[in-house]
Ligand binder design. Sequence first.
Ligand code: JCE
Length: 227
Amino acid sequence: MKIDVVSIFPEIIRCLSEFSIVKRARDKGLVDINALDLREFTDDRHRTVDDAPYGGGAGMVMKPEPFFLAVDHLLQQGPADEIIVLSPAGKSFDQKAAEKLACCQRLIFLCGHYEGIDQRVADHLATMELSIGDYVLTGGELAAMVVVDSVTRLLPGAVGNQQSLAQESFCQGLLEYPQYTRPPVFRGHEVPQVLLSGNHQEIANWRRRMAEERTKRRRPDLVEDEL
Ligand code: JCE
């Protein structure tokens, strides 16, 4: 998969791509992550990317032209499956959306700053407007990298232990069950006995029960009629 990220802080993207599963996936050639500096697509001496909002109000809005020029440039190299703009006003990103994006050959992410991006970028350039959750960030970079991380780990071969992915889908729709590792007693707190029993059926039952209880208590919105 090829991923291009357009940003005024391309270093954030390069830095976050240098760790963990994303780094390994890049080393294996599963994903190619390319960070572009939005300011390269300005034509004034000050490399201006923002301007005052029409209609007035506080703060600045990202100008549309640099984003359109950056995408023109990227599409000269070939087509993209999705052009994604990150915004708190976007459709909420979830695991199902990650799975769909993981099937793409090429994704382009557009990251804004200040009070947001001229709406014409979302309406006439992007194919998708995504939010990673109900909170406001200072810019789109962290949101883009959340999406990049969750998509990258779904690429075949990205996660070393393929069992991890299979296990995760096993309890799909539920929160994870609690995990423990050694030591068996830490500061007087014991690991649940059932996990030391070696009885795989009982362990599976216990995990399922814990996942269900936890989901009901913490995320009743996920349960609905599932259980
Ligand atoms: C962004 C901003 C609108 C005020 C570009 C925030 C995504 N889930 C998300 N939370 N926040 C974002 C996000 C993504 C891109 C931008 N801002 C800040 N946006 C109103 C401030 C600018």
